[in-house]
Design a protein around this ligand. Structure first.
Ligand SMILES: Nc1ncnc2c1ncn2[C@@H]1O[C@H](COP(=O)(O)OP(=O)(O)O)[C@@H](O)[C@H]1O
Ligand SMILES: [Mg+2]
Length: 238
């Protein structure tokens, strides 16, 4: 049960203000979609929540507990990276085992949890396959299995559908939604532009809720979808 509060989060790399004072409140078990153009700071924001990127200023809380000062393994987040980041030299089972080994889960319990995670993403019995023997959609699902096998409270998905063709994207969208409902976890889903939303829940644009332009940076308080829809005289996204 994890609500996420991001308060005035900021990070600069050299002369680039990657994230410029972002505040977002995400409810427990919410599916929150964040959309924005390339370079606006979406990945940086997810990395801040996961613990792979320090904040220059601001805070991140899970529930009422401040977590941006904790190391990644104490946050219990699962992250699916933009390029999947599947280890090519490890079989599917060992890829999924990665987070469990890091948490010292014993081998017999590991095997059971890996089997369950693979079943959930409909790759039952694929433990022994090598990554190069899998399709793009299957690789993407292995990346999801690797993130959920640790039973995270928060799942962070960084443009997980961008490398897939249109048909597979629609299929995977359904699977991600189903998975989130089954597990009842809080999800931040990042997509590059409209059309990548997974459906239901809220979707917000970066750049302070305005429709973004290339070159915009995520900033300000990210507003709710219904306000956005009214503000721009558009239909809600779904
Ligand atoms: N580790 C880093 N070092 C230097 N610049 C970075 C680093 N990470 C991100 N940036 C820069 O910060 C900006 C936001 O990047 P990113 O968060 O990856 O955006 P997005 O995911 O929205 O495409 C970009 O200009 C990018 O080049
Ligand atoms: Mg990115």
């Amino acid at each position: 049960m994890t609500s996420i509060t991001i308060e005035q989060a900021a990070r600069t790399f050299g002369s680039v203000r990657a994230v410029d004072g972002v505040s977002i409140a995400i409810r427990d078990a919410e599916f929150f979609t964040l959309l924005g153009p390339s370079g606006c700071g979406k990945t940086t924001l997810l990395r801040m929540v996961a613990g792979f990127c320090d904040l220059d200023s601001g805070r991140v809380l899970f529930g009422d507990k401040r977590i941006d000062t904790l190391p990644p393994h104490q946050r219990n987040t699962g992250m699916v990276f933009q390029n999947y980041a599947i280890f090519p030299h490890l079989r599917v089972g060992d890829n999924v085992a990665y987070g469990l080994k890091a948490r010292n889960v014993p081998a017999d319990a590991r095997a059971d949890r890996i089997a369950r995670a693979l079943k959930l993403i409909q790759l039952e019995g694929h433990e022994g396959r090598w990554p190069h023997q899998l399709s793009g959609g299957q690789l993407q699902r292995v990346a999801i299995a690797r993130a959920i096998v640790i039973e995270p409270n928060v799942l962070l998905l960084d443009e997980p559908l961008s490398n897939l063709d249109a048909k597979l994207r629609i299929e995977m969208r359904g699977e991600i939604r189903r998975l989130q409902k089954t597990l009842g976890i809080t999800v931040i889903y990042v997509g590059p532009y409209r059309g990548h939303e997974v459906g239901e829940g809220r979707a917000d644009w970066g750049a302070g809720g305005d429709l973004p332009n290339a070159g915009d940076t995520i900033c300000g308080e990210i507003r709710r979808r219904d306000q956005l829809a009214r503000g721009y005289g558009r239909e809600p996204f779904w």
